[in-house]
Design a protein around this ligand. Structure first.
Ligand code: FES
Length: 321
């Protein structure tokens, strides 16, 4: 197993909803864990060679534990299945220290928090933080059905419960989230946060952009999704600026895989274009972006890309490696 930096013991596991289990992690020797801010995630070694990112969903004030929740995904690539089927109370797991790619904008006058399914994990943490800070916010939490809604009791018992609206796909039309109405009028100082399955996030973000929300007021974190392969994916070359070395990236290999075969390691984590760990500067050429990490503006600048999944539109990409 890799050592991701911290060893934790599974102190508890709880079925939170259909196919969702939470895991309470404590430091192996009972010491305080590194502090984290709302929106943070940790890398977890879910099984041999399988590292996955999970958002922390406990109160950021707590230092005695981290709480994560894992959806057993039918399309899993191994991480969620291992967590659900193999990880037991008492097991020791290797995890990273918390990282935050989805922080709250502290200058926000008001925050709109939108969670779809398991995407509630960072959003819940944000709601708790905003409530403690006395900030103005509204949270919407959508799931397919009530039995798939994790943390419902926790939300109902929270002081901020009146700020939360629950929506179910299988419920009556009146309670469904009307994204267009909710996002109709972007206001200065109002920030939107969204986390959930890709379809949900695409619907929210495309509606917000169509209604004129400035990119700086949109905050989102995608969960791992299959990287879209296209019939046009072709072979190309990457050139390393430091050495001039040229590496061919075959049609069926990622840039990271081709570089590794040539003895050049690029640090990765999600390998799905969601975490940004592998972000690499592009000095020449035009990347074919397939990630969900960079904003549309950052992608359009074409001066960086995620080599774990993105490819090239030009025959050669010169990388700052
Ligand atoms: S490893 Fe996560 S974006 Fe590339």
């Amino acid at each position: 197993m890799n050592n991701l930096g911290l060893s934790v013991r599974v102190a508890g596991r709880t079925v939170e909803a259909t196919d969702i289990c939470s895991f309470e992690l404590v430091e192996v020797n009972g010491r305080a864990l590194p502090a984290f801010s709302a929106g943070s995630h940790i890398d977890v070694q879910a099984a041999d060679g399988v590292v996955r990112q999970y958002s922390l969903c406990n109160d950021p004030k707590e230092t005695h534990r981290y709480l994560i929740a894992v959806l057993k995904d039918a399309n899993t690539r191994g991480g969620s299945k291992a967590m659900h089927e193999q990880v037991k109370v008492g097991d020791v797991l290797s995890i990273s220290t918390p990282k935050n790619h989805f922080p709250l904008a502290h200058e926000a006058k008001r925050s709109l928090l939108l969670a779809g399914g398991i995407g509630v994990t960072p959003i819940l943490c944000m709601a708790e933080r905003l409530a403690v800070a006395g900030a103005d916010f509204e949270m919407h939490y959508c799931t397919r059905s009530p039995d798939r809604m994790a943390f419902r009791q926790r939300i109902a018992a929270a002081p901020y419960a009146p700020r939360v609206q629950l929506h179910f796909d299988d419920g009556d039309a009146a309670q469904k989230l009307d994204i267009t109405a909710l996002l109709r009028a972007p206001q200065p100082g109002v920030h939107l946060y969204v986390c959930g399955p890709k379809g949900f996030m695409d619907a929210v973000l495309s509606t917000a952009r169509a209604q004129g929300w400035p990119e700086a007021q949109l905050h989102y974190e995608f969960f791992g999704a299959e990287v879209v392969k296209s019939a046009d994916d072709a072979s190309f070359e990457v050139k390393l600026a430091s050495s001039g070395k040229v590496v061919v990236v075959p049609k069926d290999k990622t840039v990271v895989q081709a570089l590794a075969a040539a003895g050049v390691e690029v640090q990765t984590s999600c390998e799905q274009g969601v975490c940004g760990t592998c972000l690499t500067r592009v000095l020449e050429g035009v990347p074919d972006h397939k990630d969900m990490y960079l904003t549309p503006e950052e992608q359009a600048a074409n001066d960086q890309f995620t080599p774990c999944c993105s490819r090239s539109k030009t025959p050669v990409l010169v990388l700052d490696l």
